[in-house]
Design a protein around this ligand. Structure first.
Ligand SMILES: C[S@@+](CC[C@H](N)C(=O)[O-])C[C@H]1O[C@@H](n2cnc3c(N)ncnc32)[C@H](O)[C@@H]1O
Length: 181
């Protein structure tokens, strides 16, 4: 994702159905680490959205209970969190990379994305809606962008190649890589 990015270009990611923010913060942290490892000068921008206003507010707060120490590796805990009383707050440098917003999945999408992450959401949608949403993600992604989603039950969305499900529309095909979590 960082290859072919010139000075100041953005690496743009979207987390759809971000709930209270853990997925978006994890992604921003991983992208930051990768950016540093590659000595990239790209800017990371994560768009994190959810239909639930309360969840978006919790995500924006970026405050998590002490129990996260069982899920977050110690190096990430040291680098990306500050302990405040009995809670851990995500550091400003990570929070600045994420724009949290209320957004319904089927609203007009964010565009020019390098990665879309949609974990534990498609599985709750029926196959017709899944396909509409996947098609939107597909066109929001740059060619060779990444789609990361949990397993979806229907045959078309299980395809490893997004072209397989977009191809039936008769519109221009793009490839994108998918990964399951
Ligand atoms: C099971 S949670 C997954 C949270 C996160 N992706 C994760 O894996 O930790 C599903 C989230 O999707 C949100 N959601 C459900 N339907 C949605 C829709 N139509 N548009 C946007 N968000 C939606 C819910 O509010 C909830 O926060």
């Amino acid at each position: 994702m960082f290859h072919n990015k010139a000075d100041g270009d953005q690496v743009r990611a979207r987390v759809a159905g971000c709930s209270s923010g853990e997925e978006a913060y994890s992604l921003a942290m991983l992208l930051s680490e990768q950016c540093d490892a590659l000595h990239s000068t790209a800017n990371i921008q994560v768009f994190a959205t959810d239909i639930d206003e309360g969840a978006v507010a919790r995500a924006r707060a970026g405050l998590y209970p002490e129990s996260i120490i069982t899920d977050v590796r110690p190096s990430a805990l040291r680098q990306f969190f500050v302990k405040i009383d009995s809670r851990y707050e995500v550091v400003k440098s990570v929070r600045e990379k994420i724009l949290f917003a209320m957004h319904v999945l089927r609203d007009p999408p964010f565009s020019r994305l390098d990665l879309v992450s949609c974990r534990n959401l498609l599985i709750y949608l029926d196959s017709g809606v899944q396909n509409q949403v996947l098609e939107m993600f597909h066109y929001a992604l740059y060619p060779n962008g990444y789609l990361c989603s949990s397993a979806a039950p229907n045959r078309r969305t299980r395809s490893k190649n997004c072209s397989a499900w977009s191809g039936s529309t008769g519109r221009k095909r793009r490839s994108c890589r998918t990964g399951r979590r």
